[in-house]
Design a protein around this ligand. Sequence first.
Ligand code: SF4
Length: 272
Amino acid sequence: MDIVVAFPRSSEFEKAKSRMDFARLSYGVLSPDPGYSFVGAPALICDPYGLATLQSRDEELIAVAGWVDRKLGTVAVPQRPPREFQEDIFGQAVVMFLAPCMADVTKVRLIAHISGDLTAVLPYLNTEIRSACFNAKSVFLTFMDKHRLITLYPRRVTIGKADDLVDGWRTFEFLRVLANSVWARRAAIPPSYDMKSKPPALEIYERLPRTNCKACGERTCMAFAIRLWRGEATPSQCEPVFSPEYAGLRGALIEICRGLGVAGAEMDTVDV
Ligand code: SF4
């Protein structure tokens, strides 16, 4: 069994489990309980035949957030219940998207919708997180958590280059606690609306096709990444990334360029 299948809700996981039982297929369960129960639903571990069974068009549709290869040696789910907050500005996270990260196929990309609204806490997080890049106009905040690229929107959180699903749950829980803790201390924190820093140009480079085809007029993708980083180019100047071949890179590239406030990135559409 080598695939981890994630679901947005426990009810979809239960439907999937029933279908596997009915088909007499073996599977494992990866549970976010108790430590990550506010930010994840149980996932199934199965083989490719099990995944095909879950996606069968002859049966009732099961909502799947995505699937990735299973990795061994992941971080363990904490065995204590998650921290609760009197004022909960984050709410609960629902993982809507899980896929290999096109910037690094050994990692995964996740998108979660949250039941709270982070709009009011983002300026305080911008003050507290030294490496944060806040776009007050479009209302989102980006920062690096080690190798992970995190973007917080009012009702959505994206993580690029998480180690695996459990690391994604760990990161969503870290963000939930961070947002609520900062919100609880907001009276002592001056809000900041400035863009203090930018994600490294290398993060942009990793979201380009990296073929050095020169179609953008630059000799290398790295040179183009640096021009994007400086705000001297727009993502649409890299035509290959808008072709179906590189569709998996496009959303993450536009997202990071929007975080930098790159002109043109605002008009491009993000596909997830
Ligand atoms: S067009 Fe895109 S893929 Fe080609 S060199 Fe420029 S950045 Fe790289």
